[in-house]
Design a protein around this ligand. Structure first.
Ligand code: ATP
Length: 491
């Protein structure tokens, strides 16, 4: 993870927001390469989800909407995470990410251990328990450490569980709900009627516009509405770089189906579609997994949720949530707005409020997954190199053009010609500085799949040297072949 973060900063993918003022926790800025990578991911999703499917329409709704929407959707009442404070250190934790266990020796509790959620938390807790036993000079057998999260603690335990910040018990508060929506004021009056929210998900903009789209008559059941845009959550503990931030982007699609339809089958189809799509932008299938939410842990609106997980450097975590939301949202909006959310289905000649299957993906989380999968270190001719093996479809630059020598006008002219021609279709990198090998390495590190060098042979026979990022193989290719190759690879 540290290598990825360092490369992101060094090469201009991602910066900490407001860095010159010491940073701003939970916010990030995307530099020249990051913005390209992000744009390519969003474009690939839009192309495959909206353009290449006849049953899905696009939408771009406003970020701030009537606060009534968030009351109807349940976000004002219940979009919260359990929070716990340490009164001594003033640190704040998500209670469901703070784990604890009693340390029991021969049936007697000699203290408590606490750890923050992490792939190594069990080992850390066991080690701490062992240290506690030795420090107290207690003889006997240590019972297995069974970690539970702080929301499961008995109120009598709050005083006994040590704060992860100080290691001492007595400073943690009971857990309480913290609403994750950012509030703002709209209009000149700043009383409570002016309170509005930055959207915490793009989905509600889709539900709020569902009627408009149905009424324009372009859709029939089953159909989907897709949207890409910013979402904001005042996360208690933003962490793991861009994995959990306070401002992020989502790509969400609501797929409306008949209440009679086989929703489980439809759910499965979308899980498979999403997994295939992730592979198509360069995530290896063996880094993906599925996490089926147990019935008792489902969100209030969900009848079934499966997360597609990814093996991030800090553990396997949710990347894409695919939820069956039933008709919860539309029914809520019908009740709160007084407007009918029914659709007339020509095929069954019946009227109903459709049910939905929702694949919801975070752009930033996807970007982190793509960076993780692409990051590679290898050795070429005894020299270590770092390369980003981006899928050509999402690589920030598709190709680089180099004149072999910058002090040879004939080479410069030919190279500029090719550069200008390619630039009309692709994002192309131009570099004249330093030895050609150094220029190749610089492109490897930012994941440019191909480099084209204009050399003296070019002046003779019109061919260029084409160098492949992953294999480092070089071959001669003419302009026509080059254009055809790029066209085929960058569909
Ligand atoms: P988590 O359990 O990680 O908080 P969630 O289940 O609340 O996520 P959803 O509401 O289902 O997430 O949001 C859909 C997708 O949006 C997630 O799968 C994730 O990719 C992305 N996402 C959610 N919260 C964040 C965040 N704070 N930062 C970046 N991406 C996020």
């Amino acid at each position: 993870m540290d290598s990825i973060i360092a490369l992101c900063k060094r090469r201009g993918f991602i910066f900490q927001s407001s860095e010159i003022y010491g940073g701003y926790n939970g916010f990030f800025d995307f530099g020249p390469l990051g913005v390209e990578l992000k744009k390519n991911l969003k474009e690939a999703w839009w192309k495959d989800m909206v353009h290449c499917r006849d049953d899905i329409e696009g939408l771009d709704s406003s970020i701030i909407m009537s606060p009534k929407i968030w009351v109807a959707s349940g976000h004002v009442g219940g979009f919260s995470d359990p929070m716990v404070d340490c009164k001594t250190s003033k640190m704040r934790y998500r209670a469901d990410q703070l784990f604890f266990a009693p340390v029991i020796v021969d049936g007697n509790t000699i203290g408590y251990v606490s750890v923050l959620e992490d792939s190594s938390m069990q080992a850390v807790a066991e080690e701490t328990a062992d240290k506690m036993k030795r420090k107290q000079g207690v003889q006997g057998t240590l019972a297995p450490i069974e970690l539970k999260d702080y929301t499961e603690a008995d109120p009598s335990e709050y005083e006994l569980i040590p704060s992860p910040a100080t290691g001492e018990p007595g400073s943690l508060t009971p857990p309480r709900d913290f609403n994750l929506m950012f509030e703002t004021k709209v209009g000149a009056l700043s009383d409570s009627t002016a309170t509005a929210y930055l959207r915490p998900e793009t989905a509600q903009g889709i539900f709020a516009n569902y009627k408009n789209i149905v009424d324009t008559g372009r859709v029939k059941i089953p159909f989907g509405i897709a949207q890409v845009g910013k979402a904001f959550r005042n996360e208690i503990t933003p962490r793991n770089f861009i994995f959990r931030s306070r401002e992020f982007e989502q790509m969400e699609m609501e797929y409306f189906i008949s209440p009679e339809a086989d929703w489980q089958g439809c759910h499965r189809e979308w899980i498979d579609w999403c997994k295939d799509w992730l592979v198509s932008v360069g995530l290896p299938a063996d880094m993906l997994g599925e996490d089926v939410h147990p019935l008792e842990k489902l969100s209030h609106y969900s009848r079934g949720t499966t997360d597609i997980t990814f093996k991030f450097p800090f553990g396997e975590q949710e990347l894409w949530g695919i939820a069956c939301r039933g008709n919860f949202d539309l029914t809520q909006h019908q009740e709160h707005s007084g407007k009918s959310m029914e659709i007339f289905d020509q095929e069954s000649k019946s009227k109903f409020i459709p049910h939905v299957v929702e694949p919801a993906l975070g752009v930033d989380r996807l970007l982190l997954a793509v960076l993780t999968a692409a990051y590679t270190e290898d050795e070429i001719g005894g020299e270590k190199r770092t390369l980003m093996k981006f899928h050509p479809r999402v690589a920030p630059y598709k190709v680089a053009v180099f004149p072999l020598l910058k002090n040879k006008p004939e080479l410069m002219e030919k190279a500029q010609d090719l550069y200008k021609k390619l630039q009309r279709k692709y994002n192309v990198f131009w570099d004249t500085a330093g030895a050609i090998g150094r220029r190749y390495r610089r492109m490897d590190e930012i994941g440019t799949p191909w480099c084209v060098t204009v050399d003296f042979d070019t002046l003779e026979d019109g061919t260029f040297t084409l160098r492949d990022r992953d294999t480092t193989e070089q071959k001669r290719i003419n302009e026509e072949e080059l254009l055809a190759m790029l066209d085929a690879q960058l569909y």
